[in-house]
Design a protein around this ligand. Structure first.
Ligand SMILES: Nc1ncnc2c1ncn2[C@@H]1O[C@H](COP(=O)(O)OP(=O)(O)O)[C@@H](O)[C@H]1O
Ligand SMILES: [Mg+2]
Length: 233
């Protein structure tokens, strides 16, 4: 596997340049979900992405999260243009540089909370002892150390989302993406999630969060507004 490019200290963790995504399905009109979007998110910055349903927020997060590629334009993650990477380097970039938190938590039901949280390190084939140590720290950081052996069906929604945050950050990614992370939580648990994300920003990670919630935008450093696939302010 070729080495990922070395990242200069002033390289923003996230950069989009005229990123455009057109979904083409057979028998349907092509959908221009993203239309020439350019943005940067700096290390330590927490940015809210807002706009009506269907405006392209999740599409943009998927491109930055290296789960999909732009149709044209460029997405740069930790200095690497995702479209220029070979598949295995793209997978490696996603596993090392990005962590994602979803609205519906997306924990694997057949694995314990501890196994779910450790997954990014397991996929990176880190040594067992290192995984155990970092798992403990990750569970402690979101206050669910006593739930390590429980299954997702056995814990509350707030605990599930804290576990999802631990999983998204255990490998110290430079970018944390959050797609409506408080959308399925009550205000108390939602506030806890926002505090945690804020903590990660203060440690130098770049946070990009799609949200509808006023409370969520209020804790961000900057708000990017989207409409019809474009940034409008
Ligand atoms: N896999 C897909 N195939 C076809 N169209 C899609 C796909 N994903 C999203 N879209 C369309 O792209 C547009 C943007 O969707 P999305 O990024 O999910 O918006 P948001 O997250 O802001 O609600 C919408 O019109 C949506 O229907
Ligand atoms: Mg969405």
């Amino acid at each position: 596997m070729s080495a990922l490019p070395r990242v200069a200290a002033d390289t923003p963790p996230v950069r989009a340049r005229d990123a455009t995504k057109v979904y083409v399905a057979s028998g349907a009109e092509p959908v221009r979900a993203l239309d020439a979007v350019s943005l940067e998110v700096a290390a330590g910055e927490m940015v809210a992405l807002v706009g009506p349903s269907g405006c392209g927020k999740s599409t943009l997060l998927n491109l930055i999260g290296c789960v999909d590629l732009p149709t044209s334009g460029a997405i740069e993650v930790a200095g690497a243009a995702t479209s220029s990477l070979r598949d295995n380097d793209l997978t490696r970039l996603r596993r090392e540089a990005v962590g994602t938190v979803f609205q519906f938590f997306n924990l694997l039901p057949a694995m314990t909370i501890g196994e779910n949280v450790a997954l990014p390190l397991i996929l990176q084939r880190r040594p067992r002892a290192e995984i155990a140590k970092r798992l403990q720290a990750a569970l402690d950081s979101v206050d669910i150390a006593d739930k390590a052996d429980a299954y997702p069906s056995q814990v509350s929604g707030g605990q599930l989302q804290r576990a999802a945050i631990a999983r998204a950050t255990i490998h110290a990614p430079s970018i944390v993406l959050a797609d409506e992370p408080t959308g399925n939580l009550d205000s108390h648990n939602g506030a806890a999630v926002l505090r945690l994300l804020r903590t990660f920003a203060s440690r130098g990670q770049a946070i990009l969060m799609a949200t509808h919630a006023i409370e969520a935008t209020a804790v961000c450093d900057r708000i990017i507004r989207m409409q019809d696939g474009r940034i409008v302010g």
